[in-house]
Design a protein around this ligand. Sequence first.
Ligand SMILES: Cc1ncc(COP(=O)(O)O)c(C=O)c1O
Length: 437
Amino acid sequence: MSRSIELKTAIPGPRSAELHERRRQSVPRGISHMTAVCADRGEGAVVVDLDGNRLLDFAGGIGTLNVGHANPDVVAAAGAQLAKLTHTCFAVALYEGYVELAEKLNEITPGRFEKKTMLVNSGAEAIENAVKIARHHTGREAVLVFEHAFHGRTLLTMSMTSKVRPYKLGFGPFAPEIYRLPYPYTYRYPIAADAAAYERTLRDFFSTHVAAEKIACVVLELVLGEGGFVVAPRDAVQAIEQICRERGILLVIDEVQTGFGRTGRMFACEHYGIEPDLLATAKSLGGGLPISAVTGRAEYMDSAEPGGLGGTYSGNPVACAAALAAIEFLESRHLCDRAVEIGRQVEERFRCFYDRFPFIGEARGLGAMRALEIVKDRATKEPDRDRTDRILRKACENGLILISAGTYGNVIRTLMPLVITDEQLQEGLEVLEHALQ
Ligand SMILES: Cc1ncc(COP(=O)(O)O)c(C=O)c1O
């Protein structure tokens, strides 16, 4: 078997260590790093560092690289667009790429109704705009979010995010009119597995926290991203959707991390049979370039007055060209099917790991979005962040880029590019197995 990992020095090697030192002097520590890797170039599922070490990437830019590093189609499309028209600002002079991408997203997102799409630059911006649109359309102010949610780092999305450290502590005061429901995290809150009990909790919320007629939208991740790859049970999601419909509350689904094939379908919504009023996407939309979108029912999307939505860089032509090429690549190479197969292989290995290592509390996931929750004791489920960090460090030392998630920092998650080969996948899983030992 030909191996992709090739290590010439320790990680970080001397050139990387030098860059770390320059970075320490020039970049604030609040901008952190999950690994010690200094990337020089990338191809598919491989990253080459500054010291010439070849590593396998199971983090994929935290899910931005479903089509792989330096995807040739994305590079060609972005390069051609860069040379032709770099930017105008869509508010000044429109261009075809923006409109074409909006048309494409309207076509491929769930929902058998007329849709429109607006483009922005990041996941947080997409969520902010979804909330603005929901508020404008409904004339209501409150926003319902969930425990363990992550929606971004801007003031509004940080306020919507659940995890206190490092995302919120010291950054208040927070945006008002945000209310938080328990997430149906069945491993930690068994009550969430009882659909009727969970639905009662939701309905009680309108008596104990905020009146339903004040709520503009519910914002939900179907699989928690930063929250630890917790897959919401179908019954719970359907209860949330039904309550939204009954009470005139818009359902906003955050598919920033789950979108574009990661879960084995183009969007995680498709597993649940739900049609969100507004869908927020980012990350793998741009094939590595910064672009995000809100796609939703045309009548809601059209609520804001001209000029109420947008931004100078939003829907930049180069990012639009990259996104169109990335979507075309996902579709033509059947990467959703590939995500199912990757998920199957990872799940199989993770099940063996679960049987073998008592510190694994749960192995779970959807499609290629898979996770291991690390605990001190299976009975108490006490999170074991230190062990998680040690496993990830060991994996990196042996050439595998792998990152954690979870409110308690104790979940190992896989976000490998979907172009990874079977050999590379098994090689990476071997490195992980060795690190678990
Ligand atoms: C589900 C989810 N929503 C929103 C965001 C924020 O995206 P960004 O970092 O691009 O602002 C993230 C980022 O990880 C995410 O995973």
